[in-house]
Design a protein around this ligand. Structure first.
Ligand SMILES: Cc1ncc(COP(=O)(O)O)c(C=O)c1O
Length: 406
C-alpha cells in the first residue's frame, strides 16, 4: 500500500507551499535577464583572498585545525560571541556573552524564535510589508498575523498600540533599511515603539540584517536593542535582536546570532541542541578571524560600492519613470520599493518584463500577509552592475509607460 502523504504530513507543515513567483523567477537566472529580484550580496565584494588565507592558516596549524574540525558548544564559540558583544557595545548596547547565541544565519534565529514564541492563533504583529523569509518561518507556527501599516518614519503608532491593547505581545520589526522597502525608522519612532512595548510587556524581534549597510555617512541610528536600557540586566529587556554576517562577509558562512535576555537564550540553546547541535565550528572561527581582520575597512568598501549602485538606481528611476510611479529613497541596505499606479498588477508586469524586456523584480504582494500590495514591487540594486542597473530600470520604465498608455 502506498503512503498517503496528504494524511501523513502534519497540520502545521501543510502551510509550506512552493512559491509560484520563485518558479517564475527561475528565468531571472538567464544571463540576458537583468535581475533586480535577488537581494543577494555582490559576489565580487566577497573577501575571497582573506578567506583563502584564513582557512589555509587554520588547517596548517595542527592543534587549531583539530579544534576547528571538532564539535563545539551549542551556544557558539565564546570568542565569536565576545566579538559580537564588543561590537554591540560599540553601538551602545551593553550585553554579556550569555545573551548571545550563534545560529545558522539569522534565518535559523527566526525559525527557533518562531518555535519559542509562537503557537497556533497567537497574535504576531508584522509591518506591512515584511521580510518574506521571516513570514515563512513564522507561518509554520500558524500565528494570527496582525499587520501594521508603515510610514516613512516607521510603523503607525496608533495601529501598533491597538494591537498591543488587544493582546498581541510579539512584534517582528526591521528598523534599519528594511527588506523589502529599504525604509529606516526615525529615532523618535524607535523610542516610541520601544516605549509601547515596555508599557504592554511585549517583545520586539528586531531584525538587524542590514544595519551596517548605511550609505549616508555618520553614525547609524540607535538600534532598539541599544535603546532598551532594561536589557542591560542580562535576564530582562523587551528586545531580541537578530544579526548576521551574510550581508557583511558572506552568506555561505551561515553565521548569524540572536541577542536576547538570558531566559530566552537558555531555551534557544536547547533548541539548537535538538536541531543541529551547533553552527559549523570551522566557519565560526573563520568568520571571527575575518571580522577581526577586515572590519571596519571592508564595511567601508561595501558601503561605497552599494552606495554607487543605489545612487544609479534612484537617479535612473527619477530620470525615466512616469509621474504616477513612486519609490522609497532608501538610505542603506539593498532595496528600493516601487509603488505603481493602481491599475498595474506587479505580478502581471513581471511576466511581461521577463518576456518583453528581460528584467526581473519581485512583485510586492508576496511581502504582505493580507494579500494587499498588488501594485508594488521590490527592486534590489546589490548584485547587478551599474550599467545594467541603468539599462534595466530604463527598460522597465518603458514597459510601464506603454502599460500606462494602454
Ligand atoms: C531581513 C532579513 N533577515 C534575515 C535574513 C536571513 O539572513 P541569513 O543569511 O543570515 O540567514 C535575510 C536574508 O536575506 C533578510 O533579508
Amino acid at each position: 500500500m502506498s503512503v498517503s502523504w496528504n494524511d501523513l504530513i502534519a497540520h502545521d507543515a501543510r502551510v509550506l507551499v512552493a512559491s509560484e513567483i520563485r518558479d517564475l523567477l527561475k528565468v531571472a537566472e538567464r544571463p540576458e535577464v537583468i535581475s533586480f529580484a535577488g537581494g543577494v550580496p555582490d559576489p565580487d565584494l566577497f573577501p575571497v583572498e582573506t578567506f583563502s588565507e584564513i582557512y589555509g592558516a587554520m588547517m596548517q596549524d595542527g592543534a587549531q585545525a583539530r579544534r576547528s574540525l571538532q564539535y563545539s558548544v551549542s551556544e557558539g564559540l565564546p570568542a565569536l560571541r565576545q566579538w559580537i558583544v564588543d561590537d554591540l557595545a560599540d553601538q551602545g548596547a551593553t550585553r554579556t556573552i550569555d545573551n548571545v547565541l550563534i545560529t545558522n544565519g539569522a534565518q535559523q534565529g527566526l525559525d527557533i524564535l518562531a518555535r519559542l514564541l509562537l503557537e497556533e492563533g497567537r497574535d504576531l504583529i508584522v509591518e506591512k510589508p515584511s521580510y518574506l523569509g521571516a513570514m515563512q518561518a513564522f507561518s509554520t507556527r500558524l500565528p494570527n498575523y496582525v499587520g501594521v501599516d508603515a510610514e516613512d518614519e516607521g510603523p503607525v503608532l496608533s495601529q501598533l498600540e491597538d494591537a498591543f491593547a488587544k493582546g498581541a505581545r510579539v512584534a517582528y520589526v526591521a528598523p534599519d533599511f528594511q527588506n523589502p522597502t529599504g525604509r529606516s525608522w526615525s529615532v523618535a519612532r524607535r523610542k516610541a515603539v520601544l516605549e509601547l512595548a515596555r508599557r504592554y510587556g511585549a517583545v520586539l524581534l528586531e531584525d538587524a540584517a542590514y544595519s551596517k549597510l548605511s550609505y549616508e555617512g555618520g553614525e547609524s541610528l540607535p538600534s532598539l536593542l541599544s535603546l532598551d536600557e532594561e536589557g542591560r540586566d542580562p535576564a530582562s529587556g523587551n528586545v531580541i535582536q537578530l544579526g548576521t554576517f551574510s550581508k557583511t562577509l558572506a552568506p555561505a558562512l551561515r553565521i548569524g546570532w540572536v541577542c536576547a535576555p538570558r531566559p530566552v537564550i537558555d531555551k534557544l540553546v536547547l533548541m539548537m541542541q535538538a536541531g543541529n547541535l551547533h553552527v559549523s565550528t570551522v566557519n565560526q572561527e573563520a568568520a571571527l578571524r575575518a571580522a577581526k581582520q577586515l572590519f571596519p575597512d571592508h564595511l567601508e568598501k561595501l558601503r561605497a560600492s552599494y552606495r554607487t549602485k543605489r545612487d544609479v538606481m534612484l537617479q535612473t528611476l527619477a530620470d525615466t519613470m512616469p509621474d504616477d510611479v513612486s519609490w522609497t529613497k532608501t538610505e542603506g541596505g539593498m532595496f528600493v520599493w516601487l509603488t505603481l499606479p493602481e491599475h498595474i498588477n506587479a505580478r502581471q508586469l513581471l511576466e511581461e518584463a521577463l518576456e518583453d524586456v528581460h528584467v526581473a523584480f519581485v512583485p510586492g504582494q508576496a511581502f504582505f500577509t493580507d494579500g494587499s500590495g498588488k501594485n508594488t514591487a521590490r527592486l534590489s540594486f546589490s548584485a547587478e552592475k551599474v550599467d545594467r542597473i541603468k539599462d534595466g530600470i530604463t527598460r522597465l520604465a518603458d514597459l510601464i509607460k506603454r502599460k500606462d498608455n494602454q
